[in-house]
Design a binder for this molecule. Sequence first.
Ligand SMILES: C[S@@+](CC[C@H](N)C(=O)[O-])C[C@H]1O[C@@H](n2cnc3c(N)ncnc32)[C@H](O)[C@@H]1O
Length: 287
Amino acid sequence: MCIEIKMSFMQRINGTIETPTFVKWAGGKSQLLKQFDQFFPEKINFYIEPFLGSGAVFFYIKRKFNPKKVILSDVNEELINAFVMVRDNVEELIDLLKKHKELHCKEYFYKIRAQEPKGLNNVESAARFIYLNKTCFNGLYRVNKSGKFNVPIGSYKNPGILKEDVLKEANKLLQCVDIRVASFEKVVDLAKKHAFVYFDPPYYPLKRTSFTTYTKEVFLEDEQKKLLSVVNELHKKGCKVMLSNSDHPFIKSLYSEFKLSEVSARRMINCNATKRGPITELVVLNY
Ligand SMILES: C[S@@+](CC[C@H](N)C(=O)[O-])C[C@H]1O[C@@H](n2cnc3c(N)ncnc32)[C@H](O)[C@@H]1O
């Protein structure tokens, strides 16, 4: 007798809760959702995530709490365009990814990488972005000074270029969601009393060689302090705020007025596999 076991996206596999994330992202929170669950408020009606990345936390929150209103944003224009296309044009996106999958090889990767995203329409640009994310080294996103994506090809035997079920599930969860390109400060104008805001900024580096550049911008002391002032504004407004960051004395001192907890994470993106051991990360709450 054959028993079919359907895996739900919420099923816990080796401590990781599966969500329909369609890009691999530095600092992605999939592996931490199980530990984060205890920190989320009991009810969420209005959810805002200003450092979206792969959207792992959004997908989890949407399935568990089904907030009526959601605003997702990030400064990475190509990433946000991909989310918008998954929401609005998933069938065409799937067709384009099928072509990328068929044609994938080293020469094809570099040909697609050399394309100028501005010369493509939005759905072509989203397909290019997802294709490069799935096939490049470690799913990194790095651009040179003139804004050109410059990560080399990865060494995957069978890269997950097209995961139709994941894209369709993400498409469903993104319906009626407000998705925009914005820097995190914008959240002060958008949030209302009782909104739940989750911040996952580029982490403050434990050592100055740590990976911190996701786009052309850097995110060091000045930006971390600016983020603290945004958190303080939201606190005054009556919002619930949760923030993740590295377990560093500088971050602990910035948020010393708030509730601090620790979670244990594996480093997901490190060039050296031996440096991917567990580390402690901070969770800050104002409630
Ligand atoms: C740690 S990642 C977020 C990872 C995400 N939580 C996940 O699970 O994949 C940080 C994100 O912040 C974005 N970012 C960097 N500077 C920003 C800024 N000033 N405003 C908004 N987003 C920014 C980056 O593009 C990146 O996607």
